[in-house]
Design a binder for this molecule. Structure first.
Ligand SMILES: Cc1ncc(COP(=O)(O)O)c(C=O)c1O
Ligand SMILES: N[C@@H](CCCC[NH3+])C(=O)O
Length: 442
């Protein structure tokens, strides 16, 4: 068993996280339940920041809140001195509700609405990452209407095929994101932005994809961008203050994953940008990054109760749990792999090979195919590791299943930070068609 952060087996043979017994947590909050190891999030955040400090580079580490956004999570990011990447009015609203310093918010998205841009301006976010020409003109309109200048990064697509799942690749030429660096679009956007009295062009942004295990793609992207920046400095006297190289740093989900330490990504990116700045005689820009998964991914564990079982002789044994693709759609969406243990019998020998199914009406609703576990009994507690990123944030109510609560644990204390959705919550947006609405309160 691989232990993440503060996870360990206690004297009772139970999995504990943050000094809290997961069996007790399950009793107190019910299952399914997301448990976040706060100390591990802090350690990851500090690791990134210390690397920049050690290398003496001006930087911002922005937490990509799409990985897991909640008021408490955003407040934790603020406590750790992180900036924040938001992609929608909803993520921005969460940040505002959390009292996050708005000048440290970076607003992303490939189809921001006029309302979203107005909201960003009204709350004076730190910068808007402009994705395409339509957005550039819409932003100009909104800024000129409100007589407000806005700081901007231009998102470019460098034409890099990083090695990861196709659905989470973003740096390749054929992508819905960003201005193409090679075909002249990015340069056109640069000129348009530089020409606008309403836009303060801070620099360039690039994000090549997610769950990437080596530094080659990042280094190549930095190299390609620096080459263009050299060209643009000569042709257009443009030198960026900021170079944002996005997130995407891979983490360990299973024994098959062998990620490099987060600091290595940062070190290699910085080394490349420094080298290229010296080579071209350019000022070293501030380096911004926006990790999501590598900040919160391995700090999250989901607890489930084992329920019904189905044995298909000579084929496989299915163990169904009380959650599934509602709270973790990644296996269905990306064929993502996870490790798990029986949290109430963590020392018991592994005796059988089983597959963990969810409770949705979908054959693809599987959490884990083929895992060795002790003989699972109804009522056992299954802990699935590494569900901290893109678990809760992509959770859904398919089959009208309420979303689980989220608990933060640290130093033996547990704090409920997102409550469980109730059946009332499930129907609270519904409008009855006639008076026969039944007796259930809404
Ligand atoms: C623009 C942008 N920045 C940052 C991230 C965070 O990526 P990750 O969670 O892989 O670090 C993403 C998601 O892939 C993204 O699209
Ligand atoms: N949601 C994805 C990654 C995409 C991240 C956002 N660009 C995942 O779970 O791996």
């Amino acid at each position: 068993m691989h232990f993440y952060g503060t996870s360990a087996i206690n004297e009772a043979g139970h999995l504990e996280i943050g000094g809290c017994d997961t069996v007790e947590l399950a009793k107190k909050y019910g299952t399914p339940l997301y448990v976040y190891d706060v100390a591990l999030i802090r350690e990851r955040a500090r690791g990134f920041k210390e690397t920049f400090d050690r290398l003496n580079v001006k930087a911002q580490v922005a937490y990509a809140s799409k990985a897991f956004s909640s008021i408490a999570m955003v407040q934790l990011a603020a406590e750790e001195g992180l900036s924040l990447d938001v992609v929608s009015a909803g993520e921005l609203y969460t940040a505002l509700a959390a009292g996050f310093p708005t000048e440290k918010i970076h607003f992303h998205g490939n189809n921001k609405s006029e309302e979203e841009l107005k909201m960003a301006l009204e709350h004076k976010v730190g910068c808007i990452v402009v994705d395409n020409f339509s957005e550039l003109s819409l932003l100009e309109e909104v800024c000129s209407e409100q007589k407000t200048q806005m700081s901007v990064l231009l998102r470019v697509t460098p034409g890099i095929e990083a090695h990861t799942h196709d659905y989470i690749l973003t740096g390749q030429e054929d992508s819905k994101f960003g201005f193409d660096l090679q075909n002249g679009q990015a340069e056109k956007a640069l000129l348009a932005a530089a020409d606008s009295p309403w836009i303060d062009l801070l620099g360039i942004h690039c994000h090549i994809g997610s769950q990437i295990f080596d530094t080659t793609g990042f280094v190549l992207a930095a190299e390609k961008i620096m080459e263009k920046l050299n060209e643009w400095s000569k042709k257009h006297h443009f030198e960026p203050k900021v170079l944002n190289l996005g997130g995407g740093f891979g983490i360990r989900y299973t024994a098959e994953d062998d990620p490099i330490p987060p600091a290595r990504y940062v070190e290699e990116i910085i080394t490349k940008v420094k080298e290229e700045s010296i080579r071209y005689g350019l000022e070293m820009p501030e380096i911004w990054i926006e990790p999501g998964r590598s900040l919160v991914g391995d700090s999250g564990t989901t607890l489930y109760e084992a329920g019904s079982q189905k044995d298909v002789p000579n084929v496989r044994k299915y163990i169904a749990v009380d959650g599934g693709m509602n709270d973790n759609i990644r296996p269905a969406l990306y064929d993502a792999k996870y490790e798990a243990v029986l949290a109430n019998r963590a020392n018991d020998p592994k005796e059988e090979l089983v597959s963990i199914a969810g409770k949705c009406c979908e054959s693809g609703d599987m959490l884990i195919w083929d895992i060795h576990l002790p003989q699972v009994q109804k009522g056992d507690l299954l802990a699935v590791f590494c569900t901290g990123a893109y678990g809760y944030s992509m959770a859904n109510n398919y089959n009208r299943i309420p979303r689980p609560p989220v608990v933060f644990v640290e130093n033996g204390r547990d704090v409920l930070v997102v409550r469980r959705e109730s059946l009332k919550d499930i129907i609270h947006l519904d409008m009855p068609l006639n008076a026969n609405a039944g007796n259930y309160s809404r």
